[in-house]
Design a protein around this ligand. Structure first.
Ligand SMILES: [Fe+2]
Length: 189
């Protein structure tokens, strides 16, 4: 239903219209004002959809990094066990930041494993090698995949949706992944 029409019918359906706007805003039955942040609703929701895809990617990579932390073995066990922990902790913070960016745009943050698996551009790889080098290579490939995706996503946010805030946010994420990718790559050389 059209928002203005919805507002009118909601007010009309009240048997005793409330006396002030302040009183109205405290009622859970009243429509909630849309976010007025200079980005049209349709474009804002398109950006939220991009953010939820990024969120799904980050969550899958977070889980894969934990899996590596738990299952790594070999002569470099201690060092890699800690390295993977640092990486999943950073990804955990990124997951939170991406979800809250979607909320800042007045969107709904995806929060179920089913959604993440549907939305992600990464593969889960449940049969991923337990060999340390194989783990590093698999995580590196995912970080690089994310870097390439983010590079496209941030351009779309700015060029197509006029959202420089999210463009800047995604640029920061991309830089964080570039740094992690460098560290993983260094182990393979
Ligand atoms: Fe642990």
């Amino acid at each position: 239903m059209d928002k203005a029409l919805h507002q009118m019918t909601s007010v009309d359906s009240q048997p005793h219209p409330r006396p002030s706007v302040a009183a109205e805003s405290s009622s859970s039955h009243m429509p909630i004002a849309p976010a007025e942040i200079g980005i049209p609703e349709k474009q804002r929701q398109a950006v939220v959809a991009i953010l939820n895809t990024v969120l799904a990617d980050e969550f899958v990579l977070y889980t894969k990094s934990r899996r590596c932390h738990w299952n790594v073995q070999g002569p470099d066990f201690s060092e890699l066990h800690e390295l993977f922990q640092k990486q999943y902790e950073q990804l955990g913070q990124i997951v939170d930041d991406v979800a809250e960016r979607a909320r800042a745009l007045d969107g709904v943050a995806a929060g179920s494993l089913e959604e993440y698996l549907r939305l992600t551009r990464l593969n889960e790889e449940p049969t991923m090698s337990y060999d340390a080098r194989g783990m590093i290579a698999a995580l590196l490939a995912d970080h690089e995949r994310l870097i390439r995706s983010l590079r496209q996503d941030l351009r779309i946010c700015s060029d197509q949706h006029g959202d420089e805030g999210t463009m800047d946010f995604l640029t920061g994420l991309m830089q964080a992944h570039e740094k992690t990718a460098w560290m993983l790559r260094a182990y393979l050389r």
